[in-house]
Design a protein around this ligand. Structure first.
Ligand code: ADP
Length: 337
């Protein structure tokens, strides 16, 4: 098993700075997700770990060994990309063992590994097929098999599920996670999908404009976002961020409870009935859930409640929430503890 460390890694291209100086510790055998909006530096970080891109400054360590100046092939890593990059004219078996034959592994060893890996991923019956004869999920498994057959201890994945439809993506998430745990792999996984990050990761590294905004377990990222950016990136619908003026929610009589510039409140923490008057501006019915977009003072407050509630746009409601559900942030968007 292998741990990964990034020490003050920066990446610049002429006028663009992709990474500002990233420090990161990824524990051996853990599933680490690099999460953030498009352009925040996720793929660049992954490619620097892989050795496909050279850092402008800083060091990369795998298992305590400085690999900053090593080529990809000497880093003991495997990669799975979004587009799978399968060879259309080769069979599944040949696609899986392609890298082994390039490295001139003995045929007996290669076919033993092929058999094991195919078994592990449920591909045994498909080995003679061509990629075009496979479903999206099966192609994804072949790409994964190709990474695993090399028996690398670190597996890097760049949006590997983004070509799959929603239901298959959910199944593959669970499958990937189980496989990673069973094999004790160290996985670094890039996605812009917060639900994917939350459901798979041991550690989520949230990036924003080339910096680490917060690195934490999914639970602590949700429970205690370090910044307003983290607060609004994790959770659907996003956390409400209400401006505070004179100790109250702006434009209202509702006390904020303590000194802060922003008050954070998750839509699922708000209940119907109580002390805070609000006006329903719009309603989204989602079956299990009803999402209300309300006005409180001069601020907007999204509320998530059960789908059985029937409320019309324009109605006046009373809302409530427990004090423990409130998050406070300063003018720069940093959490106030
Ligand atoms: P993400 O994966 O989070 O979408 P990237 O790591 O691909 O983001 O890109 C981070 C930033 O670096 C972006 O502003 C992108 O335009 C820039 N960038 C990426 N690759 C190059 C390159 N080869 N040359 C110049 N700029 C690049």
């Amino acid at each position: 098993m292998s741990s990964i460390q990034l020490v003050d890694v920066a990446k610049r291209w002429d006028s663009t700075t992709a990474l500002e100086g990233i420090d990161l510790e990824i524990a051996s055998g853990s599933f680490c997700v690099l999460l953030g909006p498009s352009g925040c530096g996720k793929s660049t970080t992954l490619r620097i770990i892989a050795g496909l891109e050279t850092a402008s400054s800083g060091r990369v360590l795998i298992d305590g060994r400085d690999v900053t100046d090593l080529p990809p092939a000497e880093r003991g890593i495997a990669m799975v990309f979004q587009n799978y990059a399968l060879f259309p004219h080769l069979t599944v078996a040949d696609n899986i063992t392609f890298g082994l034959s390039v490295r001139r592994m003995a045929a007996a060893e290669a076919s033993k590994r092929l058999a094991e890996t195919a078994e592990l991923l449920g591909l045994t019956a498909l080995l003679a097929r061509k990629p075009s004869q496979l479903s999206g999920g099966q192609q994804q498994r072949v790409a994964l098999a190709r990474a695993l057959v090399a028996q690398a201890k670190v597996c890097l994945m760049d949006e590997p599920l983004s070509n799959l439809d929603a239901q298959l993506r959910q199944e593959m998430r669970a499958e990937l996670r189980q496989l990673q745990q069973r094999l004790g792999l160290t996985v670094v996984y890039v996605t812009h999908d917060q639900a994917e990050a939350m459901s798979m990761a041991d550690q989520v590294v949230l990036l924003n404009r080339g910096r680490v905004e917060q690195a934490a377990t999914p639970r602590s990222l949700y429970a205690a976002p370090a910044t307003t950016f983290a607060a609004s990136f994790i959770g659907t619908p996003a956390m409400n961020l209400l401006r505070v003026a004179d100790g109250r929610i702006a434009g209202s009589d509702v006390a904020a409870g303590r000194t802060a510039d922003w008050l954070g409140l998750r839509p699922e923490s708000v209940t119907l009935g109580g002390r805070v008057p609000a006006r329903v501006r719009s309603v989204e019915y989602l079956g299990a859930d009803l999402i209300l977009h309300c006005g409180v003072g001069s601020e907007s407050l999204t509320v998530r409640t059960g789908g059985q509630a029937e409320l019309a746009t324009g109605s006046e409601v009373l809302l409530d929430w427990p004090d423990t559900a409130l998050h406070y942030f300063d003018a720069e968007g940093r959490r106030i503890h």
